[in-house]
Design a protein around this ligand. Sequence first.
Ligand SMILES: Cc1cc2nc3c(=O)[nH]c(=O)nc-3n(C[C@H](O)[C@H](O)[C@H](O)COP(=O)(O)OP(=O)(O)OC[C@H]3O[C@@H](n4cnc5c(N)ncnc54)[C@H](O)[C@@H]3O)c2cc1C
Length: 258
Amino acid sequence: MRIIVCVKQVPLNNDVRVDPETGVLLRSSASAKLNPYDLFALEAALRLKTPGDTVAALTMGPPAAREALLECVFMGADSGVLVTDRAFAGSDVLATGYALSQAIAPLAPGLILCGRQTTDGDTAQVGAELSEFLGIPCAANVSTILGREAGGIRVLCSLGDFEQELFLRFPCLIAVEKDIHTPRLPSFKRRRAITEPDIAVLTLADLADKDAAHYGLSGSPTQVERTFAPAREVKSVRFGEGDGAEGIFVMLTENKFI
Ligand SMILES: Cc1cc2nc3c(=O)[nH]c(=O)nc-3n(C[C@H](O)[C@H](O)[C@H](O)COP(=O)(O)OP(=O)(O)OC[C@H]3O[C@@H](n4cnc5c(N)ncnc54)[C@H](O)[C@@H]3O)c2cc1C
């Protein structure tokens, strides 16, 4: 079975500039790293792999996102797929999910893993949208993988106060919670041994739908109107000696601190 892990390269820190015209992140302005949540997805994939399976890391991003794929290969992925084209720039979550589905469908994976969310876009929507475009079942918030069974996978999803046990038939997509497993470190031995990492590159020309209007800014129904730091309102309340513990208790209760 082919297992695909969707990963994204994200800014290393918060020092990212935003294009004032389009509201789009200027990613070249910041150093980048592999989205930390995706490390958990990759670790889960590597543990699920049985003889005959392959694990490929796949990302849509600028050419520099190849670095993120290399890190995945050095952690244990068999290969990487970089989906990159100027036509994809400025994609919102819908356009991202669509482009990923176009890249993934011909690869016919049995299982797709996503991280819970990214540390930049932070929407946690891409996995669900990707599964919709592919027409396959999806489970989000997967906190435990109970095991692979004939024809599918059994998982526990963490839904706040309760957990849900689901069985998903292959092909399917799961988005895993952080801490599902402890991710391994990239292996120095693999880094030395793999001199020609298997990283494929897909552009718009390689996809079944080659209409650029379906990708990037033109394929994105969400447009950033404006970005700004929220106004901060600091309200301070002083309690005099006479208010005592009861007054403080009332204030904390009214403000829903307790
Ligand atoms: C109007 C608009 C314009 C935007 N313009 C740009 C832009 O110009 N450049 C830009 O980089 N971003 C842009 N974004 C942000 C971009 O849409 C999101 O970064 C992208 O859709 C992924 O969403 P997310 O980061 O919230 O991922 P989440 O939904 O939080 O991610 C969940 C999981 O999905 C997978 N995943 C997410 N993104 C990718 C990916 N690219 N490749 C593979 N797997 C992935 C990972 O497994 C991840 O853990 C824009 C967003 C909007 C709304």
